[in-house]
Design a protein around this ligand. Structure first.
Ligand code: SAM
Length: 196
């Protein structure tokens, strides 16, 4: 588990990716009724995206390695009167959850893994995504200017979910990831990937 450094990042002031609200791309997906429950938010952070989806009445589990972020997510759920579950789990070993989800969301986690880790992560995601279910990945793209850290090329994204690995990459569209230090977000990919 890579939890301790991640947890530490939540100790000193707001983290750059925590915009204290859901990502506009995720709000759009939700408005288009693209989420079906149960939903897993992998690397949920302080829970804004998970809570937005849960507020629509869908059962949602958010997992993260950072206990501090999860405590914040639970407190927000309580304060807002939203039912959502938050648990510590390593996204590289999601099979340990022993559960399956119709929709899996990755907002800002995929791009934090390097090439070797990505292979294991994609296998881990497959272990918890129902056949016919959908994975959404919102990650920094290399379509600059002003890219976020660890930007991913379209080829890398397509390669990670190549046919034959139990996935069908339905679409990869340019989008934005909003952060505390980009005025109008950083260039991103929004990928819709179907579990075969
Ligand atoms: C860039 S942040 C994005 C957080 C959240 N999805 C959001 O949009 O605000 C990445 C998150 O992934 C978590 N994380 C990193 N490695 C992880 C792992 N192996 N398993 C689960 N969570 C992980 C970090 O603790 C952090 O909260």
């Amino acid at each position: 588990m890579t939890g301790l450094p991640w947890d530490a990042s939540y100790h000193d002031g707001p983290v750059p990716w925590d915009i204290e609200g859901p990502q506009p791309a995720i709000v759009r997906l939700a408005a288009e009724a693209r989420f079906a429950g149960p939903v897993l938010d992998a690397g949920c952070g302080s829970g804004e995206n998970a809570l937005h989806v849960a507020s629509l009445g869908l059962p949602v589990l958010g997992v993260d390695v950072a206990e501090t972020a999860l405590a914040r997510a639970r407190a927000k759920a309580r304060d807002r009167g939203i039912e959502a579950e938050f648990a510590v789990a390593d996204a590289l070993n999601l099979e340990l959850l022993g559960r399956r989800f119709e929709t899996v969301l990755d907002c800002g986690l995929f791009h934090t893994f390097d090439g070797d880790e990505r292979l294991g992560y994609v296998t881990s995601l497959a272990s918890v995504t129902e056949h016919g279910g959908t994975l959404y990945v919102l990650c920094f793209s290399d379509g600059g200017p002003d890219t976020g850290p660890h930007p991913v090329s379209e080829e890398e994204l397509r390669g990670a979910f190549a046919a034959g690995g139990g996935w069908n990459l339905v679409s990869v569209e340019p989008d934005r990831v909003h952060t505390r230090y980009h005025d109008d977000g950083a260039p991103a990919w929004l990928a819709q990937i179907r579990r075969t």
